[in-house]
Ligand binder design. Structure first.
Ligand code: ADP
Ligand code: MG
Length: 606
């Protein structure tokens, strides 16, 4: 094939414009993206080679090499992974398969730093090369194809790219960046090593660079570093989760999280454990600080990557955690599953069931830890918090003892805010667990927080509420509404206000549905104040009861008339003690659909 010119898909062209014109603030991320692509390509080769060992050809050791040429001003990232066929180069490097790209475009804020981070989030990583390069050449040969079916792809990052056939002995891909003048800092071994160890230390393959030596210049001209032709690894090259906890720094845990989640904020907490017993696996689970924008999409998958004995199997393995914990990111590495496990098989596996249960418990206890820190906000309570790095230690499924910590007051108050942060982002998702995970319902209920007539902020736990209940109060009262203002001003609250009884204010769309699964908490029933005749039981004194009965008697004729004229609209009309200032209010029957739920269904067109 001679040289052919192709146009980028419209979205790519737009994206490239953006990359080359505005994203300079965090230049170095291009290297992280390209190395992670190289590593993905090696993972893919390893996986395909499970069925076809011949793909390894004569180079079974997978690796990435980073090299630079000062005179030519090029930087290259070379891997011996799966490689690209000609068609794959055209498809994968000329289009963006992911549907989120248009949304990505619409989310751009103009804030360079935030926008640069979005790029990673949308998996358009390859194009980040154009942040530092005005021309990128990709040379590749797919594993299994003959040497004369290699491909050279090249582009200046404007409207189109060229593709031609080349002969390439070596399997895999080289990405050659022709650096812009303002990116010369990357023609420096020390700088490259620093960036690689910052972002890519956890990559499980060796990342090699040529050793350099100092060479004195002639005639006082000053010396320079020159390559020796000998290659050495510049990363640790063991998958982060396979290392002992004591060998991983807090910063490395955070960077690893960022690399797998495409999030740019540090996570709120993480937990790294080797679980032994009848099912053996390693779990590294993270609670993000921020919800991804597609959390509410119906097809949002789980956030866990599955490995089997360090071989990458799949992303977004939804069988590993229940859907209400879909915000959790991380890695599960199983020692027991077969390498050829499919999504279908995963659903039925007993080992997966054990992993799912174990990981669910682990996430819930991480959340309990965060919640505990929030209540123990006073600095005096700090020693109660687990190890300051957020890592809890577990072997053999035993709960870790919270280690003493000398965290200072600043750290304690930062920790105190974490649960509120988590709850603001993911509280609504967590609530789905009431309907989804019956076995853990009590633990989930304890983690819930609500606004109430005593607190506008969603900080009241059911336990807090119970502790404040009046003598003789027999139920936890709540009201559901569209907004906090609507809830607070509901006439149905009047009698509760008058008697100083706290009522939980629920304004989340899922509350109505989720609460229908929670009929009681710690032995106390939950009762909607908008349902049925509110029986305040012992909270109502004798005179009030008597007055109500007398009123009912006295107003009987009026009630009959109202009933008759509202025949098609209301089931019943009765005298009530729940109102103080308002003349009337609507309620639904004890087991009827609430007005809030009815409104929601109507909105949904049902
Ligand atoms: P992502 O990695 O999220 O898929 P990228 O923009 O980083 O998105 O890469 C786009 C695609 O290009 C990859 O999915 C892959 O198919 C292909 N690709 C990129 N780099 C390589 C490489 N080094 N070897 C093989 N394929 C690659
Ligand atoms: Mg990528």
């Amino acid at each position: 094939m001679s040289k052919n010119t192709h146009s980028f898909q419209a979205e790519v062209a737009q994206l490239l414009h953006l990359v080359t014109h505005s994203l300079y603030s965090n230049k170095e991320i291009f290297l992280r993206e390209l190395i992670s692509n190289a590593s993905d390509a090696c993972d893919k080769l390893r996986f395909e080679a499970l069925d076809n060992a011949a793909l390894y050809e004569d180079a079974p050791n997978l690796e990435v090499r980073v090299a630079f040429d000062k005179k030519a001003r090029t930087l290259s990232i070379t891997d011996n992974g799966i490689g690209l066929s000609q068609q794959e180069a055209i498809d994968h490097l000329g289009t963006i398969a992911k549907s989120g790209t248009r949304e990505f475009m619409s989310r751009l804020s103009g804030d360079q730093k935030a926008d640069a981070q979005l790029i990673g989030q949308f998996g358009v990583g390859f194009y980040s090369g154009f942040i530092v390069a005005d021309r990128i050449v990709v040379e590749s040969r797919r594993a299994g194809l003959p040497a004369d079916q290699g491909v050279r792809w090249s582009s200046t990052g404007t409207g189109d790219f060229e593709v031609e056939t080349i002969t390439r002995e070596k399997r895999g891909t080289s990405v050659i960046l022709h650096l812009r003048e303002d990116a010369e800092e990357f023609l420096n071994g020390w700088k490259l090593k620093q960036v690689i160890s910052k972002y890519s230390d956890h990559i499980s393959l060796p990342i090699l660079m040529e050793k350099e030596e100092w060479k004195e210049g002639e005639d006082d001209k000053g010396g320079e570093m020159v390559a020796t032709g000998e290659w050495e690894p510049v990363n640790k090259a063991s998958a982060l989760w396979t290392r002992a906890k004591k060998d991983v720094t807090e910063e490395q845990y955070v960077e690893f999280y960022k690399s797998i989640s495409h999030d740019y904020e540090a996570p709120l907490a993480w937990s790294h454990n080797r679980v032994e017993g009848s099912t053996e696996y390693t779990q590294l689970l993270y609670i993000p600080a921020k919800a991804p924008m597609d959390l509410w999409n119906r097809d949002h998958k789980g956030g866990l990557k599955l490995y089997v004995k360090r071989v990458f199997i799949m992303d977004e393995a939804e069988a590993l955690l229940p859907s209400y914990l879909r915000f959790v990111k991380g890695v599960i590495d199983s020692a027991d599953l077969p390498l050829n496990v499919s999504r279908e098989l995963l659903q039925e596996s007993r080992d997966v069931k054990a992993i799912r249960e174990g990981s669910t418990k682990r996430v819930l206890s991480m959340l309990e830890d965060l919640a505990k820190k929030a209540t123990a906000a006073a600095p005096a309570a700090a020693p109660e918090t687990p190890a300051a790095d957020g890592v809890t230690d577990v072997v053999d499924k035993k709960e870790a003892e919270p280690a003493a910590s000398d965290a200072d007051a600043a750290k304690a108050s930062e920790d105190a805010g974490k649960y509120a942060k988590f709850y603001a982002e993911f509280g609504s998702v967590l609530k789905e667990g009431l309907g989804e995970d019956f076995a853990n319902r009590d633990r989930i209920a304890k983690l819930l927080r609500f606004a109430s007539t005593t607190s506008d902020a969603a900080t009241v736990s059911l336990a807090d509420y119970k502790a404040r209940m009046k003598d003789g109060q027999e139920a936890i009262y709540y009201i559901t509404a569209d907004t906090l203002a609507a809830a607070k001003n509901s006439p149905q609250l009047e009698v509760f206000k008058k008697k100083g009884i706290e009522v939980l204010l629920m304004t989340d769309r899922v509350d109505e549905w989720a609460l229908s699964y929670l009929t009681e908490f710690d032995g106390t029933p939950l009762q909607s104040v908008a349902k049925g005749a509110v029986d305040l039981g012992k909270l109502q004194d004798e005179t009030e009861k008597k007055a109500a009965e007398e009123a009912a008697e006295a107003f009987k004729p009026v009630l009959e008339k109202l009933k008759a004229s509202l025949k098609d609209k209301a089931e019943d009309v009765r005298v009530t003690t729940r109102l103080v200032d308002s003349p009337a209010c609507l309620v639904v029957q004890e087991h009827g659909m609430s007005t809030q739920l009815a409104r929601m269904l109507k909105q949904a067109g049902q």
